[in-house]
Design a protein. Structure first.
Length: 230
C-alpha cells in the first residue's frame, strides 16, 4: 500500500464540452430555479425541493434532456429529478425548462453514484429511469458500467414498494447483464414482463433521435421494467 486514497471506478468519461452562448445564458438564468447543488452527506428534502409531495421519478444520465422534458410535460402529476454529469446537456435542459415553463423538473450536475449514495432517502422514489447508459462495450471496461450488484442493492433501498425501475439499452449484452442482476434479486424486484422477458417500449418513454437513428440502422433496443416488491 502506498498510502494514496483509493480512486472509485467511474461509470462515465467526463466530456464537459462548452456551453453555447444560449446554454450559458440558460445556466445563469435558470439554474437558481431548477438546479440542485450537491452537498456531501446532505439528504435532499424532496417535498421542499419541489414544493409539493407528488411522486418523484429519478432519471440517471438524461443526455440533452429532451426526453426528460417531454415526460415532465406528459406527466404533470409527477416530479422529475434528473442527474447528468455532462455540462452541455445540463445547459440544454435548463434552456428547455425555462423557455417552456416546465415546473416539475429539478436538475443535478454531478456524479450519479455520489447522489445515489448520499443525497436520497430510502424509499423516496416512485421510479428510476436509466435510458441508454454508457455501454462500456469493451469487455475489460464492463466493470465501469453503472449497473452492478451494488447499484441493484441501492435501487432496492431508494425505490419505494410498488415503484418501478426502467432501463433501456441498445447493447444486447448490457441488457442481458441488467436482466441477470435484477432477476437475481427477486427478493427485491419483480420483472413486469415475466421472468427473463424484456418489455415492449412503454408509451411513457419517448423515442429519442439517437434511438430513431439506431432503428434505421437496424439496431435493437431492449426495455427492462422491474417493480419493487413490498
Amino acid at each position: 500500500m502506498d498510502g494514496r486514497p483509493h480512486r472509485p471506478i467511474r461509470s462515465y468519461v467526463l466530456r464537459t464540452g462548452r456551453f453555447t452562448p444560449g446554454q450559458q445564458k440558460a445556466f445563469e438564468r435558470w439554474w437558481p430555479e431548477f438546479g440542485v447543488d450537491f452537498e456531501p452527506g446532505k439528504v435532499l428534502d424532496l417535498p421542499a425541493l419541489f414544493g409539493n409531495d407528488r411522486p418523484v421519478w429519478l432519471e440517471i444520465g438524461f443526455g440533452n434532456g429532451e426526453s426528460l422534458a417531454q415526460m415532465a410535460r406528459d406527466f404533470p402529476e409527477r416530479n422529475f429529478l434528473g442527474i447528468e454529469v455532462h455540462t452541455p446537456g445540463v445547459g440544454h435542459l435548463l434552456l428547455r425548462l425555462g423557455e417552456e415553463s416546465i415546473p416539475n423538473v429539478r436538475v443535478m450536475h454531478h456524479d450519479a453514484m455520489e447522489v445515489l449514495e448520499q443525497s436520497l432517502a430510502d424509499a423516496s422514489l416512485d421510479g428510476v429511469q436509466l435510458f441508454f447508459p454508457d455501454p462500456w462495450h469493451k469487455k475489460k471496461h464492463h466493470k465501469r458500467r453503472i449497473v452492478r450488484p451494488a447499484f441493484v442493492e441501492r435501487m432496492g433501498r431508494l425505490i419505494a414498494p410498488g415503484g418501478l425501475f426502467h432501463a433501456a439499452t441498445d447493447w444486447e449484452d448490457y441488457a442481458e447483464q441488467i436482466m441477470r442482476l435484477f432477476s437475481e434479486r427477486d427478493d427485491l424486484f419483480e420483472n413486469m414482463a415475466g421472468s427473463g422477458n424484456y418489455s415492449p417500449r412503454p408509451d411513457t418513454r419517448p423515442v429519442t433521435k439517437f434511438e430513431q437513428r439506431g432503428q434505421r440502422l437496424g439496431h435493437g433496443v431492449w426495455d427492462l421494467l422491474f417493480r419493487r416488491k413490498p
